[in-house]
Design a protein around this ligand. Structure first.
Ligand SMILES: Cc1cc2nc3c(=O)[nH]c(=O)nc-3n(C[C@H](O)[C@H](O)[C@H](O)COP(=O)(O)OP(=O)(O)OC[C@H]3O[C@@H](n4cnc5c(N)ncnc54)[C@H](O)[C@@H]3O)c2cc1C
Length: 503
């Protein structure tokens, strides 16, 4: 019996190594894999910002690395259907909106401004294609083997891959990193058809500008996509179950942000739930009900964007086969070294607990492979900045005032409005505020919240300040170039421990 099973195993091994050899000779368009990819130090499943960054870093640390990606292109949700295409459309739609509504006040006359939607979508697609190809280039440069296909566990060190070319190969590694990301969260009773009822992916490629758009969910993705189509002419209504938009945001900044979006004619129905969807007519008829229950109303629209969050994606990985645990929300719990409960198997990015953000996934990726390489890795989840890329943008790092209060810490607040910032006034784009929270006794900065055009760029001075445990006085005494929006941060810092100059 034992001899027979040994022979069978030997046979299987020979079969799998011949499949491997076969795979290694595939053409670059089918992914690229160097020979001997059966003894990887690291195999990464998923080529998103978590996975591809982990793979490159691992290769840079001298580890033999293979990355498996099923999509056919690298970059994951972020580059293909997330951060990058949404920011491309946010920029293009902002330019259109500015040309239509702001150019004249700057003395720039344009006789007719029109949207060329196919060209706008084409520019977005070009940006995505260039960037995803760029990562393939980085893989080649860093000698990361790239396997295009769907990976699933055979054992903690073996991944079976159904390649995009219809073959099956086995990729082996001493360490496996699960970086399979997240997917759109479906709502019960609402079927996404990507035409009338779309996810964020469908909302990035609508064939025409809907007259009316209902966004279900007032998180950052819904507000960003709502802004895109609102600027292009759609009447946008956001239906949100909770009492507030972007609940994680500092309350005071959120109020100002909410008002700013309302000024842009975005409508909000808070504490409201969608209980019925009828797509039988030309458009969509939604049945709504107060979140706490009560009288039903209907709302007609042309397109509905379901944007009620994202869920970890582990489907088809066969995690149960090797015993990797998931929590109630489908996430993979990991320890401080990104190790799962199964030795040699790690997980990073959207598939583990923590903020579902691309830059957080990248930090996870680097730290995880540093641990695998026997070095020290570190991610401070309290200092992951969050940005909503509307106009104005809202960017935050550290604690909100509500969180500071809940901690019972004595604190000071310093604020400075962009209305008093010379650069913002010069460019006539002065809606927004900087708010800094610092510990009263030590003046150590606890949180920074910025609503402003380009807040997503301005926030990094604050991230660095928090990283180094800076005080508000440290920022206030740092020379800031004039005239810049960044001076508002300096003034808010002055206001935190002393007095600002320009207000
Ligand atoms: C519309 C939208 C806008 C966003 N904007 C921002 C933003 O501005 N800033 C920001 O920080 N974040 C943004 N995000 C979130 C960001 O995209 C994610 O947090 C980030 O992509 C997570 O990275 P990840 O590597 O963990 O997973 P993902 O990017 O989801 O990548 C996982 C990859 O794994 C692959 N995969 C899954 N299972 C398998 C398998 N079994 N075999 C092989 N491959 C597999 C998938 O195809 C996917 O490509 C946005 C998301 C959306 C939807």
């Amino acid at each position: 019996m034992a001899m027979a099973s040994l022979a069978r195993r030997k046979g299987n091994l020979l079969a799998s190594s011949s499949r491997l050899l076969k795979y290694c000779s595939l053409s670059p368009s089918r992914g690229f894999a160097a020979s001997g990819s059966d003894d990887n130090d690291v195999v990464v499943i998923g080529g998103g910002p978590g996975g591809y960054v982990a793979a490159i870093k691992a290769a840079q640390l001298g580890l033999k690395t293979t990355c498996i990606e099923k999509r056919g292109t690298l970059g994951g949700t972020c580059l293909n259907v997330g951060c990058i295409p949404s920011k491309a459309l946010l920029h293009s739609s902002h330019m259109y909106h500015e040309a239509k509504h702001a150019f004249a006040s700057h003395g720039v006359k344009v006789s007719s401004v029109e949207v060329d939607l196919p060209a706008m979508l084409g520019q977005k697609d070009k940006a995505v294609a260039n960037l995803t190809k760029g990562i393939e280039g980085l893989f080649k440069k860093n000698k990361v083997n790239y396997v295009k296909g769907y990976g699933k566990f055979i054992s903690p060190t073996e991944i079976s891959v159904d390649t995009t070319e219809g073959e099956n190969v086995v990729v082996k590694g001493k360490n496996i990193i699960i970086a399979t990301g997240s997917d759109v969260k479906n709502l019960p009773g609402i079927t996404i058809d990507e035409e009338k009822i779309v996810s964020s992916t469908g909302a990035l490629s609508l064939k025409e500008i809907p007259k009316r758009l209902v966004v279900i969910g007032a998180g950052y993705i819904g507000l960003e996509m709502g802004s895109v189509w609102g600027r292009l002419g759609s009447e946008v209504t956001v239906v949100e179950f909770g009492p507030d938009i972007v609940p994680a945001m500092d309350g005071e900044v959120r109020k100002q942000f909410h008002r700013a979006l309302e000024k842009q004619k975005m409508k909000f129905m808070l504490k409201t739930k969608v209980v019925g969807v009828d797509t039988s007519g030309n458009g969509v008829k939604l049945t709504l009900e107060p979140a706490a229950g009560g009288e039903q109303t209907t709302l007609e629209t042309d397109v509905v964007l379901v944007s009620a969050g994202r869920v970890p994606f582990t489907s088809g990985l066969d995690l149960d086969k090797i015993g990797v645990e998931t929590d109630k929300m489908g996430r993979i719990p990991v320890n401080e070294k990104f190790a799962t409960n199964v030795p040699g198997v790690h997980a990073i990015g959207d598939v583990i607990p923590g903020p579902m953000l691309a830059h957080k996934a990248e930090e996870d990726g680097v730290a995880c492979v540093e641990f695998i390489a026997g070095k020290h890795g570190h991610v401070d989840y309290d200092l992951v900045p969050g940005v909503v890329y509307t106009h104005p943008e809202v960017a935050s790092v550290g604690k909100t005032e509500e969180q500071v209060k809940a901690l019972g810490v004595d604190y000071r607040v310093g604020k400075f409005p962009f209305l008093a910032n010379s650069r913002a006034k010069a460019i006539d784009d002065a809606e927004g505020i900087v708010k800094i929270l610092a510990e009263k006794e030590t003046d150590r900065i606890l949180g920074v919240h910025i609503m402003a055009p380009n807040a997503g760029e301005l926030i990094h001075e604050a991230v660095l300040a928090l990283q180094y445990g800076a005080s508000s006085e440290d920022i206030a005494r740092t020379c800031h170039a004039h005239p810049t929006m960044s001076e508002a941060l300096k003034e808010a810092a002055m206001a935190t421990y002393d007095k600002p100059i320009h207000i």
